[in-house]
Design a binder for this molecule. Sequence first.
Ligand code: HEC
Ligand code: HEC
Length: 285
Amino acid sequence: MGKRIFGDPMLSRDNSVACNNCHVKAVAFADPQHALSLGVDERQGIRNAPGIANMAFMKEFMWDGGVYHLDFAPPNAIENPLEMDEKMAKVVWKLNRNSTYPAQFRAAFPEMGDTITSPFVLLALSQYQTMLVSATSKYDYYKLGKGELSANEMEGLQLFKQKCAVCHSGELFTNQEYRNNGLDTAFADEGRARITESAADLCKLKVPSLRNVELTDPYMHDARFNTLEEVLDHYAAGVKQSATLATELHQGDFIGIPLTASEKKLIVDFLKTLTDYEFIQDERF
Ligand code: HEC
Ligand code: HEC
């Protein structure tokens, strides 16, 4: 049920935009086409659409953590004027008038009663999204003792642990916290502060998972970098000082993360082992 709804443009005001316009399976459910997302009437959004694999394990959602339950992610897209620009109640009304949805919903959710209601629409979408687990990359097989990493990839992994894992930690490669990683001295996007209204959170964004990162370009909330090499160059030499810059990025006198050219290359080699080809080819999705 959730898969069908996820691919149905009926969820948007003019029946033109589906969830999977912006969250495309071939690139681990990120947006392969638009740096900043594009909604109804070609309206441009303010942020890059993240890949939505492994949402089952996330505590908070969106770049600023403004949504704290997966069930509430869809209304955020549906009712956003820059995305689908539709009312949740209108979506439910359209689904009920459809020739096939009501019977399918009743079959999927016997406890629902005769009429489709919004909790079941959201439940179906969440059930589909929690199925989208990416855990079969080259790195995962290495961790399971069922595959190996090359010498370069192993070196990259060690460097990553030393230099990056303080924020991109654990098997999701995110500590699920908010940090300012020094993109600008002054920001257009207030980030986490949009939600907390605290000056201490200005320009802090959710540390993104790096699973499938090779596929989810461009990078950062505002899509400013096109390649992983540019991202590494940023950390090595582009980090900008500001009041809320992450303490992890100014140790002693150095601002940023010291990286040689060959270290950058090795880290990129490692990051590419997080690409999960089985996941993006999974017929169930
Ligand atoms: C027009 C493009 C667009 C459409 C359509 C869209 N999304 Fe998104 N989605 C985004 C963008 C952009 C973000 C990041 C928004 C932010 O951080 O403010 C996002 C974020 C998310 C997130 C949070 C990801 C994370 O890592 O925190 C989830 C979950 C999600 N969308 C699910 C959906 C579902 C379900 C639908 C359909 C009901 C949908 N999206 C429709 C662009 C889109
Ligand atoms: C201080 C915490 C911190 C450290 C240390 C850190 N990052 Fe990040 N990283 C972030 C945050 C926060 C973002 C998102 C920033 C934004 O979008 O504005 C991010 C974004 C990224 C992205 C873009 C992902 C995407 O989907 O757009 C990549 C790739 C990345 N980091 C790789 C690395 C690598 C490699 C290292 C080590 C050299 C590293 N990071 C060190 C916090 C950190």
